[in-house]
Design a binder for this molecule. Structure first.
Ligand SMILES: [Zn+2]
Length: 117
C-alpha cells in the first residue's frame, strides 16, 4: 500500500532534508504562502544552523523509517500467516509468492472480523 504511514514518513523526511538544503542555500526561510504577514525571513549565517537542524531531522526520520519498515509485522491475506517485514519477499508472502502482505494495523482495518482470534 503506497499511501501507508511509512510512505508518508519517508516523504516527510525527504522534504525536511530538501527544506534544510534550501535554507542553507538561500539563507532565508519562507513564511506562509505569501499571504497576510507572509514573506521571507532573512537568516544570514544562522541559516547554516537552522538548515542543519532540518537536514538532521530529515535524516533521522528517514533512518527510523527504514528501521521501522524492517521490524514491522505484516500479515498475508491468503494464508493468514504473520511475518516480519524483513522475512517477506519485498513485501510479498514467502509462502504464497505473489500475494502482497499487509501491515497488521491496516489488515485489521480491512478485515475487522479476524481480530478476535
Ligand atoms: Zn501467504
Amino acid at each position: 500500500m503506497i499511501y501507508s504511514n511509512k510512505f508518508l514518513n519517508f516523504l516527510l523526511g525527504l522534504l525536511s532534508v530538501i527544506v534544510g538544503i534550501k535554507i542553507m542555500y538561500t539563507k532565508k526561510m519562507s513564511q506562509g504562502n505569501g499571504g497576510m504577514g507572509g514573506g521571507d525571513i532573512f537568516l544570514g549565517n544562522t541559516a547554516y544552523i537552522i538548515g542543519s537542524i532540518f537536514i538532521l531531522f530529515g535524516m533521522l526520520a528517514l533512518y527510523f523509517n527504514k528501521k521501522y519498515q524492517k521490524d514491522i509485522a505484516v500479515k498475508c491475506p491468503k494464508c493468514k500467516e504473520t511475518f516480519n517485514y524483513k522475512d517477506t519477499l519485498n513485501g510479498k508472502c514467502p509462502h504464497c509468492k505473489d500475494v502482497d502482505t499487509i501491515e497488521l494495523k491496516e489488515y485489521y482495518d480491512k478485515f475487522p472480523d479476524e481480530k478476535k482470534e
